[in-house]
Structure formats: C-alpha cells, structure tokens
Design a protein around this ligand. Structure first.
Ligand SMILES: NC(=O)C1=CN([C@@H]2O[C@H](COP(=O)(O)OP(=O)(O)OC[C@H]3O[C@@H](n4cnc5c(N)ncnc54)[C@H](O)[C@@H]3O)[C@@H](O)[C@H]2O)C=CC1
Ligand SMILES: O=C(O)CCC(=O)C(=O)O
Length: 514
C-alpha cells in the first residue's frame, strides 16, 4: 500500500538539546524508519496508520472533492517526538519517549487524548490523530485532530514517577507550543484519566500563569479542577446511544434476522477500562446481557445464560486488579479466545488491530461496535462483511468522549458551569405555571411534594451534558445511516465521507493561507 505524506508546518529534522530533553521535530516522511515496528501489526494486515489511510481512500474515491484538497486533508501536519529523563524512585535515570501528533488544523484548537502504553510509537499516534480529525468532523465538534502518547506501561510506575513524567511531557508541549486552549487540547485516552489531566493543567498554569483560560488547555479533568459532570462516562454512554439506535431500527436489525431492541441481546466486551466499564452499565440497564468480558490477562464468561453480574465484577476488579478468579463466572486465561465466543454484539474497547485477518473468520457476532479506536483491520472488515456482519465504526461510535470534552472546553472558556444562571429561573417559572394550573382546575388531588419537585426541577450541568451528548450522537448516527443508504456503502465509508466533505467545505470557504 502506498502511503503519501506531506511535510507539515514543523519541518526540518532538527535536534535540540534542552535540559536533558532530546527533541526531534519530525517530518512525517522520515517517521516510518525511525519509529520501529508498528504496534498491533499482524502479518497479512495493514498497520493501524495504513488502515486509516485505506479507509480514507475508500471514502475519498466517492467524495466530490478535488485530489489536491484530499491530499491535504489526509496528511498529518505535525508530529513532535520528545525524549526526556525520568529520575526513578530507585535512583536510576530512565529515558522516556513521547509523542504529540497534530493531524489537521482546519479548525482550532486541535484535540485528542494522550495515551500511556508500552507499545506507543509515532505511526500509531499519527493514525490516532487522523481519526480525531475525522471523528470531530463526523459529530460536528469544531476541532482539528491530534493525539499524544507516552511509551510506558503505567502500571509499572509509582504515582510520583507518573506525575513527574506527565509534568515533564506537558512542559515539553508548552515549550514547543503544542498545548494551549487555542492551540492543542489533550484529554484522557488509554492508560490515562482525570489525575493525569490535573497534572497537565497544573503544569500548564504554572508555566503560563497569565493565561486566564488556562483551565481549557486540557479536558477530562477532575470536577474540582474545572472538569465537567459526565466526561468520565461520556465515551461509553455515546457508544450506547448509537448502538441502541441501531438495535431499535426495525429495518436494520431485520436484515440481521434479529428482533429490535437492546433487551435480551447478548454482548461481549473486550477491555474493562474507562470505556468498557461505563458501557456495561448502560447495556445492563437497558436489559442487555453481558455474556463475557475480557482484560489483558484473561476474562470472564457467563455460565448461567442470564448474563454476568457486572456490579460484583466491578467491585472484584477494583479490589484485585484482575477479572481472573471471580467466583461467579468461568475464567478464561486467553483473552483473544473471548472475542470468538457466540454473541449478538462484540464490543472491542481496548486497543487497535484486535480483529485481524487471522481471527476475523472465527468471530460469531453479527454486530461489531468499535468502542476502541481502530480495532478492526481492513482485511478483517472484508471477512466480517462477507460473512454478513455489520460494523459500527470508531469515528462515529466513540465520539461521545470528545463531544463532552468540547462541552468542558466551552465551560472553561465561559468560566461558569452550565445551568448556573438558568436553573432557579426555570424552577420558579415552572412553579408559577403549576400553581396557575392547580388554581384553574381547582384540583382536589393536589400534586405530591415529590412529584411537584420533579416537575419543577431546573436543568443542572449533567442534564445539559446528557442532552447535548444524546443529541450529537443521534443526529450524527442518522446522518451516517442515511449517507450509507444514499451512497450504498458501509457505515465506516459513510462516516469518512461526511468528515471529508465537511473538512473540504472548510478549506473551500476559508481559503488557504497565505
Ligand atoms: N477514554 C476515552 O474517553 C476514549 C477512549 N477511546 C478508545 O477506547 C479504547 C479504550 O480506552 P479507555 O477505556 O480509555 O482505556 P483504559 O486504559 O481505561 O482501559 C482499557 C482496558 O483495556 C485493557 N486491555 C488492553 N489490552 C487488552 C486485550 N488484549 N484484551 C482485553 N483487554 C485489554 C486494559 O488492561 C485496560 O483495562 C482505546 O482504544 C481508546 O483510544 C476512544 C474515545 C474516547
Ligand atoms: O476527549 C477528547 O478530547 C479526545 C478523546 C479521544 O482521545 C478519542 O476520542 O479518541
């Protein structure tokens, strides 16, 4: 497969020495040779970056966009690679390797998570950054795409060491102007969460103490640090909203010989982290049956036919740090095997390239819901689709996270939380209305205090967030569904097509500087 790269705004392969940090501002061109063996590459499959390029090209072929603009949209603009020393708790010094890729600046700031994983490499981060560009465009969130990665296994480092790594990484981003509320806004991803985001914010604010919008330099922060209610659950909930729409669609499920609805459907989830844990709650509440869950070191399979007891499993997982050995289910040590068990919906919620050319033909699920980024390779997609399965693609399905990050960023720029100005006003308006109705109808059966409270309740921040998230996911899904129908293509191609045409419009309308 041919990969075309463009030299981005950060051009020369220049090395700087600063305080022990070796910084290389790479062109994308020289990246492949320098970054080593791409993570997740199964023989016979495209690498993650090749996969994103492949999916892009497939949609580009049916887009009404000129080849020169397509080349611009496809290219990764900047990639920053830094190496810096970490003074470890045992007194030794370790070299840490980290990245930030900014794929597209057609909208600013650029946006995307930062992951911590042992297999992080430049190509992977470029693929993830490109996905962020297309994801934001699909759900109409006004950001360009970016992604960061730190090549460590976070479970092997103490809290103090992780803090030092995150703060140094942030300081490198500040020095290279790769972070800021109007420039580039990181968020949580695989292996990171609110604590890491708090360190990013604090470091940024120390280095940029006059930036009144400093809190908006990162999203996914703890609530006390300017985070927003609901960001933690947002990705899982967004996945659920889309999946629920698909399963409630009589015409679509009929084609899979299924009855409509979530209730009674069987689900398998790979990865019990932020996305997976929040998602299983939504599925269970809607009557879905969780038949198996896998983690890195093994997973659990239901033996009762009624679905796993998820709340007990969560408690066990939090306490033991593993799923294995949970008494109420069958432990399977090889997590890869769990993907192949019978179910209606398989939800990969861990890493890329998990369903590949070698295992795709053994997948029994008819619906693959991509909660993770890039879990299905192009070869696997071809096999799954040939076998009649439907794939709900990552760039639509897991966009709930960045959607709520957008709300958090807006909240930080506004310096006020959603609902603060309106909640009591809504409540007093509704009270007046209720009292007027009661007087008018002289109701003998007055409303109970509880019902009255419920009826007059004004909207709080979480009400705004859920409403905005549901609206975004449902409108985006409807758009992807109708585009797929109109263009006679799969949902992934439809989502890429929507993204490409939106970004192309942006170039057309704004022009190209200079
Ligand atoms: N956190 C977020 O808001 C968003 C995350 N995503 C994507 O969702 C995926 C998961 O992210 P998070 O849940 O945030 O990460 P996380 O780090 O909270 O959880 C991921 C879990 O997957 C497990 N895992 C790793 N390899 C596995 C394997 N082979 N089999 C089974 N389990 C395995 C890990 O042990 C970990 O518990 C990633 O692809 C990420 O890029 C996408 C959009 C937003
Ligand atoms: O919340 C964000 O800004 C980005 C989340 C993310 O990294 C992703 O959607 O893959």
């Amino acid at each position: 497969m041919l990969l075309r790269y463009r030299v981005g705004a950060v051009v020369s392969l220049a090395k700087h020495q600063n305080g022990g940090a070796k910084t290389v501002l790479w062109t994308s061109k020289n990246f492949r040779t320098q970054s080593g063996v791409p993570h997740g590459h199964f023989a016979g499959d495209a690498t993650f970056l090749q996969a994103v390029d492949f999916y892009f090209d497939k949609a580009a072929a049916i887009a009404s966009v000129s080849p020169d603009i397509l080349a611009q949209i496809k290219a990764c603009n900047n990639i920053l690679r830094v190496q810096f020393p970490l003074k470890c708790s045992n007194g030794t010094v370790e070299l840490i390797e980290a990245y930030r890729a900014q794929h597209s600046h057609h909208r600013l700031p650029v946006k995307g998570g930062v992951r911590m994983a042992p297999n992080v490499n430049g190509e992977e981060i470029m693929a993830l950054a490109a996905l962020m560009t297309f994801k934001c465009a699909v759900v109409d969130v006004p950001f360009g795409g970016a992604k960061g990665g730190i090549k460590i296994d976070p479970t092997k480092y103490s809290l103090n060491e992780k803090e030092a790594i995150m703060r140094r990484y942030t300081s490198e981003l500040v020095k290279k102007k790769f972070i800021g509320p109007a420039i580039d806004v990181p968020a949580p991803d695989y292996g990171t969460g609110p604590q890491e985001m708090a360190w990013i914010k604090d470091t940024y604010e120390h280095m940029k103490s006059t930036d009144i919008n400093g809190a908006a330099c990162v999203t996914g922060k703890p609530l006390e640090e300017g985070g927003i209610h609901g960001r933690h659950e947002a990705t899982g909930l967004g996945v659920f909203f889309c999946l629920r729409e698909f399963l409630n669609d009589q015409d679509l499920v009929k084609k899979l010989h299924m009855s409509p609805g979530v209730k009674g459907k069987t689900f398998i989830i790979q990865g019990f982290g932020n996305v997976g844990r929040n998602l299983v709650d939504c599925i269970q509440r809607a009557g879905g049956l969780i038949m198996a869950i896998s983690e890195k070191d093994g997973g659990l399979v239901d033996e009762t036919g009624k679905g796993l007891d998820v709340s007990s499993i969560k408690e066990y997982h939090t306490r033991k740090g593993t799923l294995c050995g949970f008494p109420g289910a069958n432990t399977i040590r090889d997590p890869a095997k769990i993907l192949e068990l019978p179910c209606d919906v398989l939800i990969p919620a861990a890493l890329e390239s998990q369903v590949h050319s070698e295992n795709a033909s053994r997948i029994k699920a008819q619906i693959i819901a991509e909660a993770a980024n890039g879990p299905v390779t192009p070869s696997a997609e071809a096999i799954l689709e040939k076998n009649g399965a439907v794939i709900l693609p990552d760039l639509l399905l897991n966009a709930g996270g960045v959607t709520v990050s957008y709300f958090e960023w807006l909240k930080n720029l506004n310096h006020i939380h959603f609902g603060r100005m309106s909640r009591r006003m809504e409540e007093s308006g509704k009270k007046v209305l209720l009292e007027a109705l009661e007087q008018e109808f002289e109701s003998k059966n007055k409303l109970s205090d509880d019902l009255r409270k419920e009826l007059v309740k004004g909207n709080t921040e979480i009400d705004f967030v859920w409403s905005g998230l549901e609206e975004t996911m449902l409108v985006s899904w409807a758009n992807v569904r109708s585009t797929a129908e109109r263009k006679d293509c799969n949902y992934r191609t439809a989502a890429y097509l929507i993204a490409i045409e939106r970004i192309a419009t942006c170039y057309r309308v704004n022009g190209i500087f200079p």
